[in-house]
Design a protein around this ligand. Structure first.
Ligand SMILES: *[C@@H]1O[C@H](CO)[C@@H](O)[C@H](O)[C@H]1NC(C)=O
Ligand SMILES: *[C@@H]1O[C@H](CO)[C@@H](O)[C@H](O)[C@H]1NC(C)=O
Ligand SMILES: *[C@@H]1O[C@H](CO)[C@@H](O)[C@H](O)[C@H]1NC(C)=O
Ligand SMILES: *[C@@H]1O[C@H](CO)[C@@H](O)[C@H](O)[C@H]1NC(C)=O
Ligand SMILES: *[C@@H]1O[C@H](CO)[C@@H](O)[C@H](O)[C@H]1NC(C)=O
Length: 400
């Protein structure tokens, strides 16, 4: 070994050597950090996706059987039998393989670790009806795959279901309140009360269960459809209570105002992020998309291609009420992010369970003989459309 090399060797152990060591450490650290966090490319996508110039809710569906589905129906231990279309006999699985492509940017890929990291020591609660159950199950299935079996739990207690990622002390929950305010359909074991009645000025009974959450995701629409709604003043079972039929959409607006007032007073603006999911469309009228009268989503296996398609049961008047209530809250310094999933879901006439789901109570022979009569064209198969809602939602939560 020459003199030169000996000098180099002794230098490594001397003061400049410490610098050298630090440089290596910083390098290794950087490599580790950049592998754990978003790859650069996704960082850029995320920035672009959340910038003013890109509306994530505007775009089209592209068939992509390479990157989808994001999980397997059978592989998710928390799958709901009402959404497990493959298990209940659907053989054409293309509904699992449509990727949402926003017009002006790419949707960042779903990062389960990123979501869990953001939810460390936190509580995310989805509140609402069965459409929000679908979105909650989707989120649980999307993240549970990266957690080992003994490090996750699911508990169901009445209206509240909680998935917990133990190592992260993170919980992803669902609270059943189909109309947000108090109703006679609030018992999840017995939701179909004969005379659906809403106590539009009362929400505390539900709200106390999610007051202290860190992230809240609300939805409520389908249960309000109809010309009139029974509205209750006073409490259920009280002899002084008054019930009146009120024309829609006034009861919806009253309920959302009650919700908004409650939020305004009780939500800790420094702690809680709040989202509202816009109405989830149904596909009960095939003639709306150029199909045959009398048909519905039964046997549909492809999305609608008409970019301006809008179903007639997606009531714009009710959508505007949600937008107004949210913008009034914004004026009072409470920010609610609207997850405007209506249009992108409108295209997916192929995404509903139709007849391929569990039916409780079992179907009658008459029904079985006429599948169109009982096809479910309101909920969504999983994996499927709600995964996209969550993928968009996750671009917001991973940024904060
Ligand atoms: C994926 O889709 C393409 C285009 O429709 C098709 O040609 C190909 O066979 C499909 N691959 C698999 C594995 O299903
Ligand atoms: C665990 O998470 C809950 C929220 O779900 C939080 O209130 C609690 O402080 C967390 N525990 C620790 C030790 O941080
Ligand atoms: C279930 O919920 C009720 C009402 O919030 C609560 O009092 C009870 O402790 C909960 N039970 C369990 C096992 O968590
Ligand atoms: C596309 O959808 C819109 C709104 O639903 C409808 O008015 C129009 O007729 C449809 N166009 C075609 C070509 O089907
Ligand atoms: C939500 O999307 C619908 C249809 O794409 C649009 O009409 C509406 O203005 C949007 N709402 C907001 C608040 O962006």
């Amino acid at each position: 070994m020459g003199k030169y090399h000996q000098q180099q060797l002794s230098r490594v152990a001397s003061i400049p050597g410490v610098v050298h060591y630090l440089v290596i450490c910083i390098f290794v650290f950087t490599v580790i950090i950049s592998t754990i966090h978003w790859p650069r490319d996704d960082d850029k996508k995320l920035a672009a996706a959340l910038g003013e110039e890109c509306n994530l809710f505007e775009g089209k569906w592209i068939f992509d059987n390479d990157s989808l589905p994001l999980y397997q129906e059978k592989g998710c231990p928390y799958m709901s039998d009402q959404l497990a279309c493959e298990k209940y006999g659907r053989t054409d699985l293309s509904y699992q393989k449509w990727r949402w492509q926003p017009r002006h940017c790419d949707l960042p890929r779903f990062n389960a670790m990123g979501v869990l990291e953001k939810l460390r020591n936190k509580r995310l609660v989805y509140v609402g009806d069965s459409l929000n159950i679908g979105m909650w199950v989707s989120m649980v299935c999307l993240v549970e795959q990266v957690i080992r079996p003994h490090l996750k739990t699911m508990t169901i207690n009445g209206s509240l279901s909680s998935f917990k990622a133990i190592e992260y002390n993170a919980s992803i929950e669902f609270y059943w309140a189909p109309m947000l305010v108090e109703t006679n359909a609030d018992d999840p074991a017995n939701p179909s009360a004969p005379e659906r009645t809403a106590r539009v000025q009362a929400i505390e009974k539900h709200a106390k269960h999610w007051t202290n959450s860190d992230v809240l995701v609300f939805d409520s629409y389908l249960w309000w459809l109809g010309d009139k709604m029974k509205v209750l003043w006073g409490s259920f079972g009280s002899p002084d209570a008054i019930v009146k039929d009120v024309n829609m959409p006034l009861p919806y607006e009253m309920a959302l105002r009650t919700w908004a007032e409650w939020m305004e007073v009780h939500i800790d603006r420094a702690k809680t992020q709040t989202y509202f999911v816009s109405l989830s469309p149904t596909h009960y009228r095939a003639q709306d998309w150029g199909g045959t009268e009398g048909q519905n989503c039964y046997n549909e296996i492809e999305p609608i291609r008409n970019v301006s398609y809008w179903g007639r049961y997606s009531l714009v008047s009710m959508m505007r009420i949600v937008e107004r209530v949210i913008s009034d809250l914004q004026a009072r310094d409470l920010k609610i992010t609207l997850l405007n999933i209506t249009q992108l879901s409108e295209y997916r006439k192929d995404g509903h369970p139709s007849i391929q789901r569990q039916w409780e109570p079992p179907l009658t022979k008459e029904q079985l003989d006429n599948p169109i009569s009982y096809a479910d064209c309101a909920h969504w198969c999983l994996p499927g459309v709600p995964d996209t809602w969550n993928q968009i939602f996750h671009t917001y939560i991973t940024r904060f």
